[in-house]
Design a protein around this ligand. Sequence first.
Ligand SMILES: CC(=O)N[C@H](C=O)[C@@H](O)[C@H](O)[C@H](O)CO
Ligand SMILES: CC(=O)C(=O)O
Length: 319
Amino acid sequence: MASPKKKLHGLVAATITPMTENGEINFSVIGQYVDYLVREQGVKNIFVNGTTGEGLSLSVSERRQVAEEWVTQGRNKLDQVVIHVGALSLKESQELAQHAAEIGADGIAVIAPFFLKPWNKDVLINFLKEVAASAPALPFYYYHIPALTGVKIRAEELLDGIQDKIPTFQGLKFSDTDLLDFGQCVDQNHQRQFSLLFGVDEQLLSGLVMGATGAVGSTYNYLGKKTNEMLEAFERKDFSSALNYQCQICFLIYFSCLGFGVSQTKAIMTLVSGIPMGPPRLPLQKATREFTDNAEAKLKSLDFLSFTGVKDGNLEACS
Ligand SMILES: CC(=O)N[C@H](C=O)[C@@H](O)[C@H](O)[C@H](O)CO
Ligand SMILES: CC(=O)C(=O)O
């Protein structure tokens, strides 16, 4: 059983859920994917079934199987496997939380329910508390992503006194650009008991300056190495190099029209890693052939396709 004191820090890759052309989950490549993250990207923490993993588009049974496969394949290779167990149904969320504990995950995370919504902090905490209580030995993280959930309760407000209500509370994944709110979270965390994980990859340097203790994101799947270099530059207080890395990362994410949506992330990861990620599930749509061709040409020109085995089949998977 994971110790609640094991702090989550550094980069955490929000895993993609690989799928076949028929829309089934492609479990067969997850082992390879773990090795790629560890060896090629230097990333040893993962966040499973979140936004990037299309967690909310999977059935409960699929979510259980995906979680299990990552935990199994990551054993003795990864440091931490955090499972996102948020759902609209409290019961489903509790079932997934309990399952995460049973399979030996290192933590669970939950987003705010986003159809019938909690309208104030107390109601949101009550919901989170019920989920956390289903896995009383697992560290619990709140996944703050207001642009997607529509639940705009400030993270700083939520943090205030949260451990009295949720004893396993261990941190926050902050996927928002409001650095004032984030800074106030850092200010509240003066005893540094929580992990404050920044979730806007293109602004991570600002997040670090404000006091982020780590980061969870989609781009660490294929920009983990570069982002780790930025973290190292920041650590040694070489801010001009750190800024240079951040600009390169922003360039790769945006100006090269790369990974800013789940469909694009799947296509880019297929190109960069050589592991077929397949198409996303509806309501998302496959990245277009035009996007993929463009991205491939740009990645090649930037000397970013370091692996040698682009197979036609892999490219087909994201066309
Ligand atoms: C909305 C969304 O998916 N946000 C991700 C994490 O929360 C980020 O990792 C972004 O994918 C990334 O910052 C690229 O825009
Ligand atoms: C990016 C992220 O953390 C997620 O996909 O949930």
